[in-house]
Write a protein that binds this ligand. Structure first.
Ligand SMILES: Nc1ncnc2c1ncn2[C@@H]1O[C@H](COP(=O)(O)OP(=O)(O)OP(=O)(O)O)[C@@H](O)[C@H]1O
Ligand SMILES: [Mg+2]
Length: 366
């Protein structure tokens, strides 16, 4: 986790807690520190506290405990409109009585920008979200996705140092969403904007972010760059939340340094990397990605353990093959193989043997 006393931090949460009712903490102990220019995404299940964190940073909610700092200064007592933050909320919150162009021009007027500068910036922002022809409409005359794009343009039009976005692309179709993902990250990086972004969509989180904070139950479960989050999940929640994942229940049989042997319920043995297990006898959930399962024994080390598996379903997906297997009494084990010229298509009912490199299989908390 990032150092909370980091002197270069632009945004800092220090031991922040939040309760709405004075009883239940919906944010439990948040420590988070972002350097200037970072694009950080909060990802997590519904109700895990993401919007609450953004609202506290924006100033619409106060922290029950702890401190939030912007550019080294506590902001607990600074009102929202003085924080200079651009925001896109889950509901778009456009001013209904203003046209689209007036909505965008508003934050610039507040900053006393000249009319010609305002017009140029509004035009640029509208073009960015492909809404150049809609400046004269009112929000009620736009579709949900169009309103969302206007809200996005309004948050970026005054080139704030910090932008908060709460699921800004949820109402858009796949193509437009991908286009906007690209636009948002390139604008943020080109202008050096620090961004805190909230999404449910893990692909979005992995492709857009410098780092991702995985939330569950009011706590950050892991904070890491996308590749590290996907390849080195620190606990079972993160392993199962991010990407597709096979989970096997077992008991630690032996641990030697970076390698452990896990016994499954049916007695079979597998190799794994001990991540948050410490001693033999402990229960564990082991986690292995579908693309890291190996069917070719020659690619495994000579003393590697293998498991018997039966093909339950074979799905041709074009670029890859997705095969579902019955393994250790359960039939939800998935492997993915590249559609290479020498890759055989498995048949339903076929008996095979699978294995993996110990470092690709993580023994996590049960
Ligand atoms: N104004 C409020 N008053 C009381 N409880 C609230 C309020 N706002 C949110 N909560 C509760 O706080 C918890 C966290 O809510 P929050 O909106 O931060 O979740 P979230 O992670 O943004 O979820 P989602 O992905 O569904 O938007 C939830 O249990 C929610 O019911
Ligand atoms: Mg939310």
């Amino acid at each position: 986790m990032a150092d909370v006393t980091n002197g270069d931090a632009f945004v800092e949460f220090e031991r922040v807690q939040k309760s709405y009712d004075g009883e239940n903490l919906v944010v439990k102990d948040l420590n988070l520190s972002l350097p200037k220019g970072e694009f950080l995404t909060m990802l997590g299940p519904s109700g895990s506290g993401k919007t609450t964190c953004l609202m506290m940073l924006a100033g619409f909610e106060t922290a029950t405990h702890g401190e939030i700092k912007l550019d080294g200064k506590p902001i607990n007592n600074i009102p929202p409109h003085k924080r200079g933050i651009g925001m896109v909320f889950q509901n778009y919150a456009l001013f209904p009585h203003m046209t689209v162009a007036e909505n965008l021009s508003f934050p610039l007027e507040v900053r006393r920008m000249s009319k010609s500068d305002r017009e140029a910036k509004v035009k640029r922002a509208l073009d960015m979200v492909q809404m150049g022809d809609f400046g004269g409409r009112r929000p009620a005359q736009l579709s949900g996705g169009q309103q969302q794009r206007i809200a996005l343009a309004r948050a970026l039009v005054f080139e704030p140092e910090l932008v908060l976005m709460d699921e800004p692309l949820g109402a858009l179709d796949k193509q437009l969403r991908e286009h906007m993902q690209f636009e948002i990250t390139s604008i943020a990086h080109n202008l050096g904007i620090t961004t805190v972004y909230v999404t449910h969509d893990q692909t979005e989180a992995l492709t857009m972010s410098d780092r991702v904070a995985v939330f569950d139950d009011g706590r950050i479960q892991q904070l890491a760059p996308p590749d590290e989050l996907y390849e080195s999940p620190q606990n079972s929640f993160v392993a199962q939340f991010i990407g597709e994942n096979n989970t096997l229940e077992g008991t630690i049989k032996e641990i030697k340094g970076d390698h452990c042997v896990v016994q499954l319920a049916d007695g079979s043995l597998i190799d794994a990397k001990p991540v948050n297990v410490t001693q033999p006898g402990e229960k564990t959930l082991v986690s292995i990605r579908p693309e890291r399962v190996e069917m070719n024994k020659e690619r495994l080390s000579p003393d590697a353990h293998t498991l018997k598996a039966e093909v339950v379903e074979f799905i041709y997906m074009g670029d890859i093959f997705r095969t579902r297997l019955r393994v250790a009494g359960k039939d939800d084990f998935v492997i993915k193989t590249r559609n290479a010229p020498d890759q055989r298509r498995l048949q339903k009912g076929e008996q095979i043997e699978i294995g993996w490199l110990a470092e690709d299989c993580r023994a996590l908390d049960a």
